[in-house]
Ligand binder design. Structure first.
Ligand code: DAH
Length: 341
């Protein structure tokens, strides 16, 4: 028994200090210690000679030893560096670069616009692209047969004429107001659809960002100040703004806002059609009918809304001259925005 202890002790230190990264030496280790005629097997056979009263203790000792050898063998396995690896890996070579994608120019512009309004405390909300007639038209003060429905050529869903592809993000205003949590200070970006012939200047889908602010005592002055801030942040401190009276069924009064042409600084060019001004959004005070349609008391609350396209400012900023490029997924086009912000 004493003998067995000593033997195993000696083996443990011999094994513990054995190290190699060569596959053939690891295999030789396995055969020597764990093979069918290996050291562990031989010790097991020697167990027969151990007196009965010591068998239990010796068995335990051997089992521990076997686990120790197996663990050491497994560790050696993980450290093997094959001859092939050693000769083909050149650790001095530079790494292979990861292909990094780039953001879509419409996304870049959308994020830019959102980040400006976020600094004024606007949160972001989204709504569905397939809308019912009520959210896209009815609640926005456009009842059936209202002539202003013709302002936007609508795609109807064949299976259910009550459903449309939303023609504007104003539908999301309604969804936010219906939630009944006031005040609301929201930005609602998204894709919209209109039945228009696809060309360099118009498309059957594009993106808008809607803004909505509802609280007590919100005035037209608040609307103007918010949009002034936006324009200065977006187009620089020298940008001029003008409001033209307009008509939208969901706002009263309504206006369209122009910015002094940032291409020619107001001198007159093809972008501003020699007028010196570029139209960038529609806006107004939310119509009392729209508030009551959403369960908000127009006597107590008022608010403003605005809606702007994303593609046009993106075209002007990045010098894109054909709207179709945005949706063709031509990798040569998209790659050019890898470093853009
Ligand atoms: N929904 C309008 C459009 O698609 C844009 C718009 C105008 C949105 C005035 C508004 C607004 O919220 O107040 O042309």
């Amino acid at each position: 028994m004493e003998n067995l202890w000593q033997q195993i002790d000696a083996l443990r230190s011999e094994i513990g200090s054995f190290a190699t990264t060569r596959a053939d030496e690891v295999e030789a280790f396995r055969i020597k210690y764990l093979g069918t005629k290996g050291v562990v097997k031989q010790l097991m056979t020697a167990m027969k000679e151990v007196p009965v009263e010591k068998k239990k203790e010796a068995g335990q000792l051997l089992n521990d030893f076997k686990s120790f050898v197996t663990a050491h063998y497994e560790q050696l396995l993980t450290g093997i560096i094959s001859d092939k690896d050693a000769s083909t890996i050149d650790l001095s070579l530079p790494g292979q670069p990861f292909p990094i994608g780039s953001r879509h120019p419409v996304t870049l512009m959308k994020n830019r616009i959102i980040s400006i309004f976020q600094r004024l405390g606007f949160a972001v909300a989204e709504g569905p692209e397939i809308e019912d007639d009520w959210h896209n038209f009815g609640a926005l003060n456009l009842p059936a047969h209202h002539p202003a429905r013709d302002m936007q050529d609508t795609f109807y869903i064949q299976q259910n004429p009550d459903w449309v592809l939303r023609t504007h993000t104003s539908s999301v205003q309604i969804r936010e107001m219906e939630k009944g949590q006031l005040p609301i200070r929201m930005l609602m970006p998204g894709r919209v659809f209109r039945n228009e012939t696809v060309s360099a200047r118009s498309h059957c889908f594009f993106h808008q960002i809607e803004g909505l602010y509802i609280d007590e005592n919100v005035s037209f002055a608040d609307l103007k100040q918010t949009l002034y801030f936006f324009v200065k942040e977006m187009y620089g401190p020298n940008a001029q703004v003008r409001f033209r009276p307009s008509y939208f069924p969901f706002t009263e009064p309504s206006a369209e806002m122009d910015v002094s042409c940032f291409i020619c600084a107001g001198k007159g060019c093809t972008v501003c059609k020699r007028s010196g001004w570029v139209e960038i959004l529609g806006c107004g005070m939310v119509h009392p009918n729209v508030l009551s349609n959403c369960g908000i008391d127009p006597e107590k609350y008022s608010g403003f809304a605005f809606g702007m396209g994303v593609e046009r400012p993106a075209m002007l900023k990045y010098g894109v001259n054909d709207l179709r490029l945005f949706s063709e997924n031509d990798i040569r086009f998209l790659r050019q925005f890898a470093a853009a912000t």
